[in-house]
Ligand binder design. Structure first.
Ligand SMILES: Nc1ncnc2c1ncn2[C@@H]1O[C@H](COP(=O)(O)OP(=O)(O)O)[C@@H](O)[C@H]1O
Ligand SMILES: [Mg+2]
Length: 255
């Protein structure tokens, strides 16, 4: 079998912070080592405060690890780059820009001419199912639609890697299921290397090719699971329920 190529590699990544007024350092990540393979959908599952956001920000290059290193395609990173796109939990859209201009923003920054960047934006607006809303403003959209814009915006920059930080955490349960299905469909159409962070076990099993489970304080990798349930996945598939039980017994997640 062909060896899968490693896209992202975290090697013994640790992160400590000084907390104002406290003598002791806060150990947020403790020797986190993990690999994300090319075009794999990896989910990092962990409770709140397990350093998931800090780890993702390290991969994006926004935060420098205190120790250890992060490699992308074998090269140590030393800052953000156009090879990585982030989808945030808070929508982080420009309220004064229309959907199409929000999606095209990264291309505008890179100097892509307006006609060309709007054409790219429309392609990804279609991919996320928002055709017809190109000229709408974020305030006119539901939470799920805003997050579709966030996904389209990340895709429009054509990064190899998508980093997603609990993107559906603020949505109601029904919308969340719908968005999980949508994201899996989008990714199957346009595969990228995805590193998706969540504190929700079902979401992790629904989305991931592999799930890395973290424990908290300090955050470290506890276990990992391969998910072989065929797509489209059903939350009631017997393997789904078995894994759900197994992961919840293995973690300190509060359910
Ligand atoms: N810049 C910072 N300075 C000090 N502490 C921080 C900083 N960023 C994050 N932390 C702390 O790191 C811990 C883990 O945070 P976070 O990565 O946001 O957890 P998670 O995303 O898993 O909920 C928290 O206790 C948080 O307060
Ligand atoms: Mg977080």
């Amino acid at each position: 079998m062909k060896e899968r190529s490693v896209k992202i590699e975290c090697v013994n990544v640790s992160k400590t912070f000084h907390v104002p007024g406290q003598k002791q350092l806060l150990h947020v990540l403790n020797k986190v080592s993990l690999k994300v393979y090319e075009n794999e959908f990896l989910v990092i599952l962990g409770p709140g405060q397990s350093g998931k956001t800090v780890l993702l920000n390290c991969m994006d290059g926004l935060i420098e690890p205190t120790a250890g290193e992060i490699r992308i395609s074998g090269k140590i990173i030393n800052g953000p780059g156009p090879d990585r796109g982030m989808v945030f939990q808070r929508y982080a859209l420009f309220p004064w820009k229309t959907v199409e201009h929000n999606v095209a923003f990264g291309l505008a920054v890179r100097g892509v001419p307006v006609k060309e960047r709007l054409a790219v934006a429309r392609r990804y607006i279609e991919l996320v199912g928002l055709t017809g809303f190109e000229k709408a403003y974020p305030a006119q959209l539901s939470g799920g639609m805003k997050q579709r814009v966030g996904i389209a915006r990340a895709y429009a920059n054509d990064p190899d890697i998508l980093l997603m930080d609990e993107p559906f955490g603020a949505l109601d349960a029904q919308t969340r299921y719908a968005m999980e299905q949508e994201l899996r469909t989008i990714w199957e159409k346009e595969k990228r290397t995805v590193c998706f962070v969540t504190n929700n076990i079902e979401e992790a099993i629904y989305l991931g090719d592999r799930v890395v489970v973290m424990s908290a304080l300090p955050g470290r990798v506890k276990t990992e699971y391969s998910i072989d349930i065929p797509s489209p996945r059903a939350y009631t598939h017997p393997d789904f329920l078995t894994l759900r039980k197994q992961i919840s017994e293995d973690t300190d997640l509060v359910l």
